[in-house]
Design a protein. Structure first.
Length: 226
């Protein structure tokens, strides 16, 4: 089912993120150590959850994802994140599904690199959509476990605080990435049948330095998953 969301003008600065946005079917990963991994917040707790890492902007009502570069990370990564993970899995060659997000990067870490959306595999990485110093790039593997990662440049010249929209669509092995008015189609081969995929979005900070006050901050104004 689509995650319908309110128009930007209906976002309330006084509500929790899960009260402004329909987060059904998602769980939140945080840059906070918990056991052998990181803390995760699922429904129903996610509906009323907020913290320094995930909160409502007090002016726009946007959903803010905040990550310090020295935050905890998952066992399969070396970078911290505040990120929403769709709990529904699919096979790229068989699925028809999409993720669309309108967001703004409010603060960039020193390494100038934040992954703001992912087509994620259980054991490999099909697409990471990343902000790098005002550019939006896609890191792509069209074959499962391929050693080379292709870089697709989509948009340049964005400034911190500027809204932009991306959409990633899967239709039976063809993946379309669109950022604002720039579109790229990619053919993913059936080797990806070996791995289940799912959507993620938010703030996966690609900086793990111990520098004080080195943070990444992303605000999401709308999102839809179909």
């Amino acid at each position: 089912m689509p995650n319908f969301l309110p128009a930007a003008e209906t976002l309330s600065p006084t509500r929790k993120p899960g009260q402004n946005f329909n987060l059904k079917g998602f769980k939140l990963q945080l840059p906070v150590e918990r056991g052998n991994g990181v803390e995760e917040i699922s429904l129903p707790a996610l509906t009323t959850y907020s913290s320094e890492y995930f909160y409502t902007d007090n002016k726009t009502g946007a959903m803010v994802f905040w990550v310090p570069s020295d935050g905890a990370h998952t066992s399969g990564s070396k970078y911290p994140r505040t990120e929403l993970r769709d709990t529904k899995d699919f096979t790229i060659s068989a699925a028809t599904t999409s993720l669309a997000v309108t967001l703004a990067v409010l603060q960039t870490p020193q390494r100038n690199n934040i992954v703001v959306g992912q087509l994620k595999g259980e054991s490999d990485q099909p697409i990471e959509l990343r902000w790098m110093d005002g550019e939006v790039l896609a890191s792509v593997k069209t074959s499962y476990k391929q050693p080379h990662v292709e870089t697709v440049k989509l948009v340049t010249g964005l400034k911190e605080g500027t809204k932009f929209t991306y959409q990633m669509s899967v239709e039976h092995g063809v993946v379309t990435i669109k950022v604002n008015d720039t579109e790229k189609k990619l053919n993913f081969d059936k080797s990806w049948d070996a791995d289940k995929a799912y959507w993620k979005f938010g703030n996966y900070c690609q900086d793990n330095s111990k520098t004080p006050n080195n943070v990444a901050k992303v605000a999401v104004f709308t999102f839809t998953v179909k």
